[in-house]
Design a protein around this ligand. Structure first.
Ligand code: 3EB
Length: 334
């Protein structure tokens, strides 16, 4: 669905692959074996995330648009915008507690998108080093992160404020690296999954404040009834609010894929008032996160069967936000 103005498109570029040509680069996130602070590099809003354990995971995610972007720095964030879309990326240095710096980072991003006039948030990614480890106060870092995020969102949007599809996953270094995409005039609709409790309503046993994200976000041009592009959040083996199939990666893959299929299904889109429907075979840009390297073949074969041969898929071995989760998958269905 590349029919709306300044079509936004994400691609994965491998080392030695031709960089994309003919379109403009709105933003670039390189998945590396070290981290690289957010900055404008060669005129492009750029950040490097420490996510690759070896060469096979070295890949760069690029966001292309049709109009030439303007880029710059705002507080600690790098950003670029092209009149319709805004990309913004930041890193929060490693520290004893993330609550305050996460709140500040979210504040800066909310200020930026409102000042520049791109209020509709489409998608957010967070890569959190030592996500399952305790912070200086003994709180798990993922929960510490969720606390700061929830406070920032409450303050800006109120307790019922809707957040987009997100990823909250481990990384190998560099504190918290995060980036987001927002739109000026696009129609952004947030979707839930009837098989899963909405993350913002998770019970307290998962942390003092729940994760604030939607299961998927649809981005369409103003006036289009269909779904446009559907950004599916990081999805895991969770039914209701509980992890299922602890210790069984094959079954966790099955539940994860079934959750993604359900979110995209015609039945679910209709329930959200959208006359459209997608399947797993429509997903183009897929990122797969697995906790244990030795599960790679099992996960790869499940994904090869589920997704299209022409989908771009990359696999990262990192920790996942709940210590009983072995796999998490995200994707985009244009
Ligand atoms: C889950 O469904 C799995 O904290 O932003 C997935 C996507 C998950 C995003 C986040 C967490 C986040 O709860 C974990």
């Amino acid at each position: 669905m590349a029919t709306y103005p300044n079509g936004l498109r994400g691609r994965l570029v491998r080392p030695h692959e031709e960089p994309p040509s003919g379109r403009h680069l709105l933003g670039r996130v390189a998945f590396l074996d070290h981290h690289r602070p957010p900055a404008v590099r060669d005129g492009v809003a750029d950040m490097g995330v420490h996510l690759a354990r070896d060469e096979s995971a070295l890949v760069t995610e690029v966001w292309e648009t049709d109009a030439p972007p303007t880029s710059g720095m705002y507080r600690d964030l790098v950003y670029a915008h092209d009149g319709e879309y805004l990309f913004c990326a930041g890193q929060i240095p490693e520290g004893g507690s993330y609550r305050e710096p996460v709140r500040e980072a979210y504040d800066a991003a909310f200020d930026l998108i409102s000042e520049l006039g791109y209020p509709h948030v489409i998608r957010i990614w967070h890569f959190i080093n030592d996500i399952n480890r305790a912070n200086a106060d003994g709180m798990e870092i993922y929960r510490d992160f969720c606390l700061g995020r929830a406070e920032a969102v409450d303050r800006r949007l109120g307790p019922a404020g809707e957040m987009p599809a997100a990823t909250g996953i481990g990384s190998l270094g560099g504190g918290i690296s995060w980036y987001l995409l927002t739109s000026r005039s696009g129609r952004v609709r947030h979707l839930e999954n009837p098989l899963q409790v909405p993350a913002p309503s998770y019970p307290h046993r998962y942390g003092p404040r729940p994760p604030k994200f939607a299961r998927a976000t649809s981005l369409s041009p103003p006036g289009l009834d269909g779904a446009g592009d559907i950004f599916v959040a990081g999805t895991a083996s969770i039914l209701g609010h509980e992890t299922v199939h602890e210790g069984d990666v094959a079954k966790q893959c099955d539940v994860t894929l079934a959750n993604m299929a359900k979110v995209l299904s015609r039945e679910n889109l209709l329930a959200h008032g959208i006359d459209d429907g997608r399947t797993l075979k429509d997903l183009r840009l897929v990122k797969v996160y697995l906790r244990h390297e030795e599960d790679l073949e099992a996960v790869r074969s499940a994904c090869a069967e589920a997704f299209s041969d022409t989908a771009e898929i990359v696999y990262f071995t990192v920790d996942i936000c709940r210590s009983d989760l072995l796999v998490e998958i995200e994707g985009i269905a244009p």
